[in-house]
Each structure stands twice: as C-alpha cells, then as structure tokens.
Design a protein around this ligand. Sequence first.
Ligand SMILES: [Fe+2]
Length: 265
Amino acid sequence: MKIDLDDKITRFLVQEYVNKICHYSGEADLNFNVHKLIHTFDVVRIVQQLMKQTKPALPLKLQKQILNAAILHDLGRCYEFKDGIRLKNTDHGKVGAQLIRKKFPELKVEIQSTLYHNKLPSDKDPPECYPVLDYVRDADMLANIDYEIGHIDVFIIHIFGRNFQQVASPIIDDEIFQAVREKRSVYLAKIKENTLLTHGLWQLCWYFNLRTKAGKKHARQTHIFERFREIICEKLVPMTTPDKKNQTKLKKIIRQTFPDELFYK
Ligand SMILES: [Fe+2]
C-alpha cells in the first residue's frame, strides 16, 4: 500500500508520529511508535479490503469517513510514552480524539470514532459513528492478530516487557472458558490470572467482537483465528511449561475450547 502524504489526514498522522520517532528517548518508545505507525497502515489496508468486500458498496462519503477514522484511530498512541517510560492508564482513544478535535474540528464522526474505538462495542457507542466504528474495530483487531501470528515474540515483549517469564505460567483464567461458553469477548475486569496464555486466548475471543459481514468473511477466508490458535499452541504453550506431557494437555484443552467450528458460526 502506498502512503499518500498529499492527503491532509495522513500527513497529520505521519507528522505526529515522525516527530515522536525523531525525538525518541529510549528503545522502548522508539520501537513502540514505529510499530504503531506500521500498524496504522495495516489497519488502513485491511479496512480498504473490508469496504471492497461490502456489497452493495457503501456511499462514498461513508467510505471516506471510515478511511479517515482508520488513519486516525491510534493517533493518541504516540503520546503513550514520556521520557522513555510508558504511561499507565493513558486512554489513547481520548488523547487521539482531543488532538483531532484541535486540528480538524469538522471531523465529528472521526473524532467520536477515535474516542470509542478502544472500548468494547456497547449501546453507549454514538449512533452517528455507525458503521464507521464497526469497520475500524474489525480492521484494527484483524491487523493486530495478523501481526501477532508473524511476530508473537515481539508482541509478548510489547505487552509484558522483557521480564515476561514472570507471567509464563500454564494457568488459563476461568474467564476465558466462561466467555467462550457465552460466546462473548472477555471481561478484562474479571481476569484474575493475567498470564501469557490468558492474554493470548482472550484475543482469540475477539472473534465474538467482529461486527461487519465483511470482517467475518475475511476471518473465515484467511483462517486467521485458527492460525492464531495454532501459534498459541505451538509457541506460547512451550514457554509456559518445560514438561512435554503438560504441554500436550494444554494444547488439547485449547484446541477443544476453540475448535475450528467455533470460527465458522
Ligand atoms: Fe489500532
């Protein structure tokens, strides 16, 4: 995908990120911002594919809003680090929305969509953002999983830091099983054991969050959730226990909990 800096929305996003990247204060914030900039254009690429797969075609004005919202959704991410330290409890949706409001106050739908994109879909979602939010959230999720399939080791470090061994236990939080039984995404507040495995598996439950027909079709055609489950089994499980028998048992539990059929409904 070619990035078009003649587009004022793209230019604004890239400028914010490049300024942060050029003034990095440590390896962690440099890597994070580079990664998030790449991620943004992965989301843009996927959202374009989803719109293309949507029949009948969406109105052009709506397509432009979806595209803008995809470009801007993680703008606030590049404000997550200060002096090389990742700030806890930063709501990147809120930060991004404030920045867009300042620069482009007329982009009301894109501002609201950025504000809500990192929250679970609910009836609190502003109605004027439908279906922009659905497309952005679906593309965001699919891009994240796609990335993790290819870079699970980098992902672990992004989430847990270099001391991830502390959470590399064979425990799977009960909330994962409950969420699958109820066919819903995981309630993070209910997680008691935030282990490596729990974290990987709660992202498998993101499947239940897919909102657009095109997003569901994309997931089925690319087998993205099945492939992610296999990465969890083959790469994450061996990190959690050296015992081969335990590894086999864990893989069996994961494959039984998340069978292929689950991702075809
Ligand atoms: Fe994102």
